[in-house]
Design a binder for this molecule. Structure first.
Ligand SMILES: *Cc1c(COP(=O)(O)O)cnc(C)c1O
Length: 266
């Protein structure tokens, strides 16, 4: 106690370092239970830095375009974990995996060709620098059956997952991902309602786990965006990808800027 009777925490309280470590791990486990990817596509690097710097310290950011991700990664701290979440062209896979060493995950793998190209890029990077962690990948599943959506058909997911695990030593199969139909997410935008796309992704996960002889914990579910993340979490999502709710409406691609020039001038 200090003289005025108020507990003087800074000076009188002891923290047991072992206890502190256990608490910090528990806290981090809860916070990590659902990973939040802040989807920053078409938004400025300045916006990303604002969330990455203290006190927010957010580390997971998602981008849709390989070129934009690579440019932003070159400007921003390497403590960011980049997630490539957009439709990926096969010829962009190797350079992306090779050039962006803090690329943490590619969430949109939907062919063995793309997996092989990412593998080549990471293998090349591993030769240049010590990089112990494998690149995480998610297999994207087209759960809604819409022709314009990317992703493998639900019954082809296991084969691609097996390919990544058996043929791509520099990749780590971390889970499965879906976007889903907009109409369904609008119709089921509450924690109480059931979204068929999320039901489908869970079923795919369970089938893959069974076919590969691995545990459910080894295969995460990446589902849920601004319009449907509460429902996704209620249905077991391990990772949500949220853009608009955090950054506001996006500009058109032709108007998007990597740097906010007005902020630079100030
Ligand atoms: C753009 C995008 C998001 C984020 O969408 P919002 O509706 O802005 O939250 C999530 N996932 C993918 C694959 C995206 O392309």
């Amino acid at each position: 106690m200090s003289s005025d009777g108020v507990a003087d925490t800074e000076h009188s309280m002891q923290i047991n370092p072992q206890r502190a470590q256990v608490l910090a791990e528990n806290l981090s486990n809860v916070l990590q239970r659902v990973r939040l990817i802040a989807v920053s596509k078409l938004k400025t690097a300045n916006d990303i830095l604002a969330l990455h710097e203290k006190p927010n310290g957010h580390v997971d950011f998602g981008e849709n375009y390989a070129q934009e991700l690579t440019e932003k990664a070159g400007l921003l701290p390497r403590s960011i974990r980049w997630h490539m979440i957009g439709a990926l062209q096969t010829n962009k896979c190797k350079p992306l995996a090779e050039q962006v060493s803090n690329l943490y995950c590619v969430s949109s793998v939907d062919s063995s060709k793309k997996a092989d190209a990412l593998e080549k890029g990471r293998a090349a990077l591993a030769e240049k620098q010590d990089l112990p962690a494998n690149l995480r990948v998610l297999v994207q599943v087209n759960t809604s059956g819409e022709p314009e959506k990317s992703g493998v058909e639900p019954d082809q997911a296991a084969e691609l997952c097996r390919h990544v695990r058996e043929k791509c030593p520099h990749l780590h199969l971390a889970g499965v991902m879906t976007i889903g139909a907009i109409a369904r997410s609008q119709a089921s935008n509450s924690a109480e309602s059931i979204n068929e796309d999320f039901v489908c992704l869970r079923e795919v996960r369970d089938k893959v786990v069974q076919e590969l002889g691995i545990t459910r914990e080894e295969l995460e579910l990446s589902m849920g965006m601004s319009s449907d993340f509460e429902a996704a979490i209620a249905q077991g999502s391990d990772e949500v990808r949220i853009g608009t709710t955090i950054f506001g409406d996006r500009p058109q691609k032709k108007d998007a800027k990597i740097k906010d020039e007005r902020a630079e001038e100030k």
